[in-house]
Design a protein around this ligand. Sequence first.
Ligand code: CA
Length: 224
Amino acid sequence: MRVLVVEDEPRMAALLRQGLEEDAYAVDVVSNGLEVLEWVQSAAYDLILLDIMLPGMGGFEVCQTLRRQGYMMPILMLTARDTLTDKVLGLDSGADDYLVKPFAVEEVTARLRALSRRSGPSKTPELVVGDLRLNTATKQATRGGVTIPLSAKEYALLETLMRHPHQILSREQIIEKVWDMDFSSESKLIEVYVHALRKKIDDGHEVKLLQTVRGLGYRISDHA
Ligand code: CA
């Protein structure tokens, strides 16, 4: 899952980036409201965290503009003022939820999980392929009932693949969901992570689930 954080206060932005990355999101941060309209064109964001008081273009207007342009990803607004007017304006401009500062980062990630469940194709937090199960609420993976410990990036990679079972995802499609703007699409890191993840989920099992499709990409499937 990839999140765009729109926040002009450096400390708050850094805090959000760190908290979200620890929770396995790929995170890009912009500080100017006007930049948002360009960034959403360059990557498929699953969620947007949007501050209201921003240079360039304010959060309400950014939100309205995105909705007018047809962008439907969930938007969580961050407001410094706990006033009814702000909440009403936020929801009226097309936001899905709002959070009043100050807040704990855990609160943000909990809200984002709820929002992505609401908008996703599947309402249940569990993704299943064969005997491999991934609970997106607890971030726990099991195969044949045995827990598989995953790092944040391994989790993000597995979640991306399991959201499209049996479907081949290209390197570019995977990178777009798992890594941020600073990641080079030429990087060999994706192979390193696939290798590590494959060891964890397929070693000792007859059916190999994480499949490399030469020249095309990767998929999770229990079909050969
Ligand atoms: Ca601000």
